[in-house]
Design a protein around this ligand. Sequence first.
Ligand SMILES: Cc1cc2nc3c(=O)[nH]c(=O)nc-3n(C[C@H](O)[C@H](O)[C@H](O)COP(=O)(O)OP(=O)(O)OC[C@H]3O[C@@H](n4cnc5c(N)ncnc54)[C@H](O)[C@@H]3O)c2cc1C
Length: 404
Amino acid sequence: MKQFDAIIIGAGPAGGECARALSKIGHNVLLVEKEKDFSARDFSSGGSTLEVLKDFDLPESVVGAYCRKIQIASSDDQHCWKGSEPVALVLDFQKLRTYLAEEITNHQGQVLLGWTYKGHEKKDGVTIVSLKNGSSGVIQTFQTRVLVDATGSERKVLEKGKSKQEAIVGTGIEFLVEVPEHIYQIYAETLAFYIGQKWMPQGYAWIFPMKPNHLKVGVGRNFPQEKAVPHEKSFRYYLDHLIATCLKTSDLLILDQHGKTISYTLRQHDRYFDQNILAIGDAVSTVNPLTFEGIRHALKSGRIAAAQIKRFLNGRSRSFQAYPSEMRRYSGFHWMISERLTLKIYRQADDEKVSLMLQALKRLSLKELKGLVFYYQLNAAMKFYIAYLTLLAKHAFRRSKRRG
Ligand SMILES: Cc1cc2nc3c(=O)[nH]c(=O)nc-3n(C[C@H](O)[C@H](O)[C@H](O)COP(=O)(O)OP(=O)(O)OC[C@H]3O[C@@H](n4cnc5c(N)ncnc54)[C@H](O)[C@@H]3O)c2cc1C
């Protein structure tokens, strides 16, 4: 039976980065992915910050497009924040995961695609992992000192079979479309978001550039605890509506359709480890509950976990006790602010009030908007929320005056 220092299940950004970091320092790792190749389930839109490249030592080749504008539209209004330089980028999710896997094999690590984790057992102090080949059905077993659950919100290893915690659940579906040049140019450098009942009740829609003449168009909806806002039509209805209203063309080719449901446990009350097994990425709710941006945070959790695994394998620490607090230091406070805003913003069923939210956002500079949507900064959140409450009060006053 082959032996590894660490077996990592799931080759998303979290698993890929964790395995890459460990293989770079000479550890013998195996990364396992159930899909046969990275073109399958290329579900993530890839919107991220410019710093992601430098912070995670990623090449330009994983970037789909750079954006210098952020546009937000409500049901009856819209606003665009423009910079002279790029303010964000769109990652190519397939290229990102392929690059991480290649880095692992370049550093003598192993990557198995098309193999599904089936279970593990502990025998005489060693952990034995069973994997099943998706094509042949063959089951193989491997021995490891550390096992990592990087299976995303599917949480297939550490929390398998556990009852569901209180969660914010978000479902998104997206098309990759090829459009004529003149349509592409409208969105080429823009992260465009659409909020309000017309676009997607209790959620938002988006259009991101991917590469010349290719756009990602999607809709996503949150289910914070209970279904607060009526949602009578299908996801597909809202996606078709977005395409018809914004792209306004029948000359459009749908190249790929994908979607996924992500579940974020409230207050990130997930299990982070159990003896020599750790969970990383969306398996421990690293996705931000306000924006559902998760790639950067999954990469970061892969890095944090790799540092802890290194200490464990080198005998400098006997447990993963420090890992949850390291993770909370990164995300805890900002995710708490995001949770609060999420529960307020996405439950708003009144379109007039959603438009007031956009009016409040308009008071933020581009820097402050970035601070809110990418860095979950308290000062930007407060400025937005105070402006929104003031507008709400004025709106209520006007309404009561009209009635009286
Ligand atoms: C529609 C949509 C749009 C999004 N857009 C953005 C965006 O614009 N920007 C952004 O930053 N984030 C976005 N996200 C969120 C982001 O993609 C995730 O937060 C991120 O991918 C999480 O990374 P991960 O590695 O933890 O999990 P995942 O990326 O989910 O990876 C988990 C991997 O584990 C594999 N796996 C599962 N079970 C098994 C098993 N039993 N055996 C072997 N392998 C297994 C899966 O196939 C998968 O490849 C979006 C999400 C959705 C659904």
